[in-house]
Write a protein that binds this ligand. Structure first.
Ligand code: NAP
Ligand code: GDD
Length: 320
């Protein structure tokens, strides 16, 4: 009998890659989608006829219980969240309801309907915030710097708590930034690669950015969803840092992206204070030794190749 996996956040970047991976592994895939006035299935368009979509929302626990009762999944991956840090400063309550309390609603729905379901929680390196050690590991103390980071920390500890209180097979993946051509346009990598493509094609002349000094540990989303699946397959649930172990500044990202299109970034990038944050996370770099050792996980795609892949994809999409 095929295993059945339920993905919350299937319309997002990671949800779409994870759905593809699970289909390749022979899973039946059920994706939860929330009500919207327009259809936003672009990322899953190519697999839509091979997965089941069902309505539900992290803000509505009854809807989650109904989905679990109807579809009886063996594994639940909670990738749904208000995931943009900047928005979490202007909408802290919504971010808390979705990104923090949403986790409790899913965990509780699992406890009520079928505690044998295996659970993956999408936790984040944003929980390290003002970092207390370099590089960051599973035992580095947390110090979140945004309402998003605080909300993710709550979700992380609820996952640990439901594991310890009710024996749920619940794992928390502390994932560092991961990107792809499917990344939302508001995140800095995609904003830059899309901006570069527009400038190259004569559709724009400048790109407005905030803090160029911030450093991030950027990996490729398709590599990272493999780690999620591996965590859920372990006999024992646990928490894992998933990262590349390298850090690069936003400025380096900009240089690589403009270079990829044969452009000089200094002629086009404008610093705009509108993109600065009330509190910044200056430096993230993870140590994934535990994931390498226990999960056998490795990433395939390097930083420069990732940025070049994204520039190429944006050029192709805009030329059509
Ligand atoms: P994303 O592209 O922003 O996708 C977020 C998903 O959550 C979308 O499918 C969205 O649905 C859904 N969603 C939002 N609010 C919801 C609600 N109230 N009920 C049900 N679904 C809701 O995010 P991502 O980059 O794929 O990231 C996946 C997860 O990993 C997120 O939890 C994120 O916080 C976390 N994370 C991401 C990174 C990263 O670098 N990408 C790193 C660490 C952790 P709509 O399409 O309807 O908006
Ligand atoms: N978005 C954005 N836009 N960021 C900018 C800009 C800009 O114009 N200019 C500079 N930055 C800087 C931000 O200040 C931040 O330091 C860095 O670029 C990365 O910003 P984002 O790409 O928005 O990602 P993030 O690191 O805040 O959050 C992402 O990674 C987290 C994991 O650490 C998101 O995917 C989160 O959901 C995820 O948990």
């Amino acid at each position: 009998m095929a295993k059945r996996a339920l993905i919350l956040g299937v319309t997002g970047q990671d949800g779409s890659y994870l759905a593809e991976l699970l289909l390749e592994q022979g899973y039946e895939v059920v994706g939860v989608v929330r009500r919207s006035s327009t259809v936003n299935f672009e990322r899953i368009a190519e697999i839509q006829d091979r997965i089941t979509l069902t309505p539900g929302d992290l803000l509505d626990e009854g809807s989650l219980i109904n989905v679990l009762r109807e579809h009886k999944p063996h594994e639940v991956y909670n990738l749904a969240a208000q995931s943009f840090v900047q928005t979490s400063f202007s909408q802290p309550v919504l971010t808390g309801e979705t990104t923090a309390m949403g986790v409790t609603r899913v965990l509780d729905a699992i406890r009520i309907t079928d505690p044998e379901i295996r659970y993956y929680q999408a936790s984040s390196s944003e929980m390290f915030g003002k970092v207390q050690a370099v590089p960051q590991t599973e035992s580095t103390p947390f110090y979140p710097r945004s309402p998003y980071g605080v909300a993710k920390l709550y979700g992380h500890w609820m996952t640990v708590n439901y594991r310890e209180s009710y024996g749920l097979h619940a794992s928390s993946g502390i994932l560092f930034n991961h990107e792809s051509p499917r990344r939302g346009l508001e995140f800095v990598t995609r904003k830059v690669t899309h901006g570069v493509a527009k400038i190259k094609l004569g559709l724009a002349s400048e790109l407005r950015l905030g803090n160029l000094d911030a450093q991030r540990d950027w990996g490729y989303a398709a590599d990272y969803v493999r780690a999620m699946w591996l965590m859920v397959q372990q006999d024992t649930p646990d928490d894992f840092v998933i990262s590349t172990g390298e850090t690069h500044s936003v400025k380096e990202l900009v240089e690589v992206a403009f270079d990829a299109a044969g452009l000089n970034w200094e002629k086009h990038v404008v610093i705009d204070p509108a993109f600065l944050r009330p509190a910044e996370v200056d430096l993230l770099v993870g140590d994934s030794s535990k994931a390498h050792r226990v999960l056998g996980w490795q990433r395939d795609v390097q930083f420069a190749s990732l940025v070049q892949m994204m520039v190429a994809a944006d050029l192709k999409a805009l030329q059509i």
